[in-house]
Design a protein around this ligand. Sequence first.
Ligand code: ZN
Length: 254
Amino acid sequence: MSIDQNVLKELIDLSRHLGDPARDLAILGEGNTSAKLEDGTFLVKASGKQLGTANENSFVQVHADKVLGALDGPELTDTQIKDTLKACRVDADCPMMPSVETFLHGYLLSLPGIKFVGHTHPTAVNSIMCSVNAKQAVSGRLFPDEIVCCGPEVVFIEYTDPGMQLSRILRARVEAFIDKWNMPPKCILIQNHGLICPGKSVADVETQTYMYVKTARVLIGTYALGGPNFFTPENVARIHTRPDEHYRQGVIGK
Ligand SMILES: [Zn+2]
């Protein structure tokens, strides 16, 4: 199965941007990225590869139906998960293994309109995610551009074993979010772990990631002066549904 070279190039660019040391989002082998292809497969970062130095050989092409089938299937041991990941590869002779987070990438890429996913471990976000009050701290919205770029609410997931277990909990939480908001979440936060941004384009994934990192910095700052002054649900709903803010949402990142 051939790989769309334009999509591969976009995925390499996204990975290098997210892995740029100056942005402080992921270092060494941290984080992973993925891109949907139009033939029932997707590309996902290979285990052990670095985002910042990503190239044509940093990704593994996998069958989406096999990945999603495993997500629906029975509980698997660590060895069975490894064998499943191997069996999902389009090229059985590929020397690389898909990231252990391939299952959550496959699920998010199966959502309508989602074409790219970026997962990072930003220092600013993890300063909150590794705190005692993480869940409460991210329960409200702070400023209009946060809502425009990152959505009316984030999905928060308590720490859980990365891989299959995390992917299944993530799927349940994202489904609940879609039921409530009629759209996929823009930012998914995992306690003691990091940030996941699914988007329809590379520009969207970057916009969502950078704006949530800014939000995290602002949030940390609020705790120096008495804590966050969250918008009311009415404020959030108003900004989320304003036609001019929707226009802004469409323009930002283009
Ligand atoms: Zn991670």
